[in-house]
Write a protein that binds this ligand. Structure first.
Ligand code: C2E
Ligand code: MG
Ligand code: MG
Length: 697
């Protein structure tokens, strides 16, 4: 027990009883002071602090009961616990003693184990109370500085003392709040109340060390304040909570503002939104809208200029958005309740209160976009940014803030995919297409495991000999409910989600496997090539070449059997590193083709810097050829072909559908053709059958 050793005062006129009890208690680690009369008792208690008194009821001169009465005038049962020692048949005295404020009693002859247990209980109760009082005093001190409000709940009487400060925190005068727990509990937000009650109960059952709870409490002005309430319970020996006391701190500020920009955060925003939704349900003519803003290219700014500049940009944007919204005419036209919040990252939301119609929202979006287009001077540099905005207009079908936020977010996504730096207003079709896209994303992930993909193969034909020189592998997806899907319907989604890496690798592997099978099976086609489309994401993978090398080794296929088709945008994104990558691939012996030529940058002067073998002229330029109506497309093919041959590039004409086109292409010395005129893309089995026939065109 050491410094915590409790000092017990044993009062008994019978020397033997007194000494025996004293010795046994001493052996249990208590410090004992023994006296033989009530008079001495009163004196000793005054002189030396005592933790507990064991008081014999029957004593000459001043009886135990009288001494008890005197002591209780000066000391409360908590300050000085008193256990009465009585004879077995003195139940009247016991009742009297308890009435007079004795904490407990033991009977003679003393059952030592029982006495020890009762002493222990009283002492631990007293210590808990002291600890509470101490901490309470500490809290009270802290409270004065930190503006906390105190509460002290007498659980037996079910009354709560709320300090005046506690009341003013909620906007009330001292007299306006009674000492009932309901004054607190009933003001707690509906969404928090049950949880708080559970937290209180848990601490009362001693399952938690401290009571600590964050919740919203209704202020007199009708708003909710976030309160942090902390406290401690005092338990009796049986573990029953007698009292619970603590303090509450207003943490609203920290809860509702974004530390970086000082703007309201998501919590406050959704809170406000929730109230407006309710309001809109009551008033049919009332309209508001939510704008969801996302900075365009923020990640790039953050990555290239550093997080500090990124943060400065966010702060700058926040200020401009707020200023723009506070511009007097905006506020006059819209309601007073417009707010800007930051949801996190580079996402901001704006609430436009009291709109006349959708036009108000459009105009606000226009202004907001303009406000951020002027350059920001950050770290001495001019930084440009723009925002994409999604707008959701209020309507009676919204019940939850999350729903309207989600729709504004969807519209923002649409704005991004339509080219950024613009706004879109949400409509139901948008929702449907987003859902369809999500569905497609989920289906895609499962499709690979379920073996729903296959490769189709389209022959590439030498125009001079009319023979098949190679195939292009084209993905097909046998969708369980939608039937066969062409790549146009899923490649872009696979690309955006990154799933293209797995899918593209499957396609490449399968195409190479198929080619090695055909090469060995058909002697006439031992030089056949396989063209495989490579997506930008695949092209950027660091291990691409190593992976292909080991695949070819495994299949015993020479690198010259493989041709990779890339689009212009894939290589033009980062030309210098693309050149390096392409040179490595080329050095290994794999051929390279530019696909869909003419639809992108189409700069031959630039393309000649890349180590390419083949140009595939997009079918849009072929389709106009040889139909008598010479158009611009055909003209382009005419100019491309001679230039390509100057650069020693082979040309494949895509989308060849007629014999006239074949004739024209031959005249222009185009080497290869691919298209429905020769064959549609075929399943692996059909393509095998075709090879067996050794057709010529
Ligand atoms: P692409 O690489 O330009 O492939 C040629 C597309 O033109 C194929 O469409 C083919 O079926 C179609 N086509 C061929 N001849 C004709 C013709 O005479 N007339 C017409 N109207 N069309 C013809 P498909 O199979 O739908 O593929 C579309 C695009 O999807 C491909 O264009 C390619 O960019 C991409 N793709 C296909 N498979 C893969 C793949 O495995 N990986 C990647 N990354 N992209 C692929
Ligand atoms: Mg292709
Ligand atoms: Mg193409």
């Amino acid at each position: 027990m050491n410094s915590q050793t409790s000092r017990l005062l044993v009062v008994d006129d019978n020397e033997m009883n007194r000494d025996m009890l004293a010795r046994r208690l001493e052996r249990k680690g208590y410090e004992i002071v023994a006296v033989d009369s009530a008079r001495q008792l009163l004196q000793r208690v005054k002189d030396t602090p005592v933790d507990l008194v064991l008081l014999d009821i029957e004593m000459p001169e001043i009886s135990g009961l009288d001494a008890l009465k005197t002591l209780r005038e000066a000391y409360s049962p908590i300050e000085l616990p008193i256990i009465m020692v009585t004879a077995k048949n003195q139940s009247d005295d016991v009742v009297k003693a308890l009435d007079l404020g004795a904490n407990d009693y033991v009977t003679k002859p003393i059952d030592f184990a029982v006495a020890l247990a009762r002493i222990g209980t009283q002492l631990s109760h007293k210590r808990a109370q002291e600890a509470l009082r101490e901490s309470e005093e500490r809290y009270a001190l802290a409270a004065r500085g930190a503006n906390d409000g105190l509460w002290d709940w007498d659980l037996e009487a079910n009354t709560v003392y709320f300090s005046p400060r506690w009341k003013t925190m909620l906007g009330y005068e001292d007299g306006e709040i009674q000492d009932k727990p309901e004054e607190w509990l009933s003001r707690i937000h509906d969404a928090d109340r049950d949880r708080v009650k559970e937290e209180i109960a848990a601490h009362q059952k001693a399952s938690t060390l401290h009571f600590e709870s964050e919740h919203r409490v209704l202020h007199k002005d009708g708003t909710f304040r976030w309160m942090l309430s902390r406290g401690l319970a005092v338990h009796d020996a049986s573990g029953k909570a007698l009292r619970m006391a603590g303090w509450q701190t207003d943490v609203t500020e920290g809860k509702v503002s974004d530390p970086l920009t000082g703007l309201p955060n998501r919590l406050l925003f959704t809170d406000r939104l929730g109230r407006l939704i309710k309001h809109a349900k009551r008033r049919k003519d009332y309209q508001f809208s939510v704008l969801f803003l996302d900075l365009d290219g923020f990640k790039m700014i953050n990555d290239s200029l550093g997080h500090l500049v990124g943060d400065q940009l966010l702060m700058g944007v926040a200020t401009r958005l707020e200023k723009c919204l506070r511009a007097t005419d905006t506020v006059a036209r819209l309601g007073q309740g417009c707010i800007v919040a930051r949801l996190g990252g580079d996402e901001f939301t704006i609430l436009l209160d009291d709109l006349k119609d959708a036009n108000d929202a459009r105009q606000a979006a226009d202004r907001l976009m303009k406000a951020v287009t002027a350059p920001f001077i950050l770290d001495g540099k001019e930084v440009f940014t723009s925002v994409s905005i999604g707008i959701a207009l209020s309507n009676s079908s919204y019940d939850e803030p999350e729903e309207i936020l989600r729709d504004a977010d969807t519209a923002m996504y649409r704005a991004k995919s339509l080219g950024k730096a613009r706004y879109e207003i949400f409509d139901a079709d948008m929702r449907a297409s987003v859902m369809a896209r999500l569905q497609l994303e989920m289906d895609l992930r499962r499709a690979l495991e379920r073996g729903e993909f296959s490769n189709f193969y389209q022959p590439i034909v030498s125009l001079a000999t009319g023979e098949i020189v190679g195939f292009e592998a084209l993905l097909r997806w046998e969708h369980p409910t939608r039937g066969q899907l062409s790549p146009q319907e899923f490649i872009s989604v696979a690309e955006e989600t990154g799933f293209i890496r797995e899918l593209g690798w499957w396609n490449l592997r399968e195409a190479c496997r198929q080619m090695s099978e055909w090469r060995t099976k058909y002697d006439a086609y031992s030089d056949l090539t396989m063209s495989v489309n490579l997506s930008p994401k695949q092209f950027l993978q660091p291990n691409l070449l190593e992976d292909i090398q080991s695949l070819l080794l495994e299949l015993g296929l020479p690198p010259t059997a493989l041709k990779l088709e890339l689009t212009e945008s894939t290589v033009m994104g980062d030309p210098s590193s693309a050149i390096e990558m392409l040179e490595q691939i080329k050095a290994f012996g794999i051929s390279l083709a530019i696909d869909d030529f003419g639809t992108g940058y189409s700069s031959l002067s630039y393309l000649h810097r890349f180590p390419l073998d083949t140009l595939k002229i997009d079918r849009s330029f072929i389709s106009g050829m040889g139909d008598g109506k010479e158009n611009g497309g055909a003209e382009i093919a005419r100019t491309i072909l001679p230039m390509a041959s100057n650069l020693h590039l082979d040309v494949v004409a895509e989308g060849v559908e007629t014999s006239e086109q074949v004739a024209m292409l031959k005249k222009l010395h185009c080497k290869y053709g691919q298209g429905y005129y020769f064959s549609k893309p075929l399943s692996a089995d059909e393509a095998g059958l075709l090879l067996a026939e050794q057709p010529t065109w």
